[in-house]
Design a protein around this ligand. Structure first.
Ligand code: GA4
Length: 320
């Protein structure tokens, strides 16, 4: 008899669910809900995000076309060192996953330059990806402004200006988790992308309607995120945890690749320029709440993150 696997979903995880925030509601209420979600879980889903269907269907179609290519054609866009096409290898330190992906700089010029290795219609590819990134970047900036307001920061653009900066180090990732053979052993849990937190400030993810994403709750339970291509998922990253002096916690998450349908997801990782200093906003530092982390630049943090394994906790290395 095949031993049964550790349950991925317990009764409790099913009941907990994840916060879904309606972005069509009034700003002050929205701010309150975003703050609460960033503090409690470091994660929320957005409905009524306002990004046009046209932008979304164009990027979806480009992504589908790319992953439908032959292995040899896709290799033209690789290897991901650090940007390009990757298959099964994640990062540089031996992490593996059941996926293939494209990792790109979230910068229109860089995407345009690279697109001829990705698509036979490079302008259609770069146009679709750049329009999508512009839209999610705008939404990310709005979230960061609302958070600054909600935290009573004197400078309302204290976070958003980091990602709006022309030399911001933001990146864009498109993941494809191939489907599992329906006759394969159903008890085997396939890790598509292993447990980790994102190093950046904020991540915005959109997926197709295939399950896989799970987030780790404070009490150590994996919560499955219901897949919904009409919603966006927002994650607090390590840099946001440091900027808020630990008020927000970066959320650990993973993707399981157990579906008989292929899962696609795309992520915009909102990051500061490499030279930007990641220190807590003054409003969140006091005698009762002393600075948790020593000052560091995003470049310093990023190179540490990239020198470690996917599941490692990097912020620990910067605690005072
Ligand atoms: C996680 C978030 C982003 O996907 C990413 C990943 C990066 C990579 O795939 O090369 C990292 C990973 C991510 C964190 C630790 C390092 C770097 C793989 C890895 C083992 C693009 C990023 O910025 O950090």
């Amino acid at each position: 008899m095949v031993p049964s696997p550790a349950p991925l979903r317990t009764k409790k995880t099913m009941a907990v669910g994840v916060p879904v925030i309606d972005f069509s509601q009034e700003r002050s209420k929205l701010t309150e809900l975003i703050l609460r979600a960033c503090q409690d879980l470091g994660f929320f889903q957005v409905k009524n995000h306002g990004i046009s269907e046209e932008i979304i269907s164009r990027v979806d179609s480009e992504v589908r076309d790319f992953f439908a290519k032959t292995a040899c054609e896709k290799q033209r866009a690789g290897p991901p060192s650090p940007f390009g096409y990757g298959c099964k290898n994640i990062g540089f330190n031996g992490d593996k996953g059941e996926l293939e992906y494209l990792l790109l700089e979230a910068n229109p010029l860089s995407i345009s330059r690279r697109s001829n290795t990705i698509s036979s219609r490079p302008n259609a590819f770069s146009g679709a990806v750049n329009d999508y990134i512009e839209a999610v970047k705008k939404m990310s900036s709005e979230i960061l402004e609302m958070v600054a307001e909600g935290l009573w920061a004197q400078d309302k653009s204290i976070f958003s200006k980091l990602i709006e900066d022309g030399s911001s180090d933001s990146c864009f990732r498109i993941n494809h988790y191939p489907s599992v053979d329906p006759f394969d052993d159903p008890s085997k849990i396939r890790i598509g992308f292993g447990e980790h937190s994102d190093p950046q400030i904020l991540t915005v993810l959109r997926s197709n309607n295939v399950a896989g994403l799970q987030i780790l709750s404070g009490d150590g339970l994996w919560i499955p995120v219901p897949p919904d291509s009409d919603k966006l998922c927002v994650f607090v990253g390590d840099a946001f945890q440091a900027l808020t002096n630990g008020r927000f916690t970066s959320v650990r998450h993973r993707a399981v690749a157990n579906s008989t349908k292929p899962r696609m997801s795309m992520m915009y990782f909102a990051a500061p320029p490499l030279s930007a200093s990641i220190s807590p906003i003054p409003e969140l530092v006091s005698i009762q709440n002393p600075t948790l982390y020593r000052a560091f630049t995003w470049g310093e943090f990023k190179s540490t993150a990239y020198s470690l394994r996917l599941a490692d906790n990097r912020l620990h290395l910067f605690t005072k």
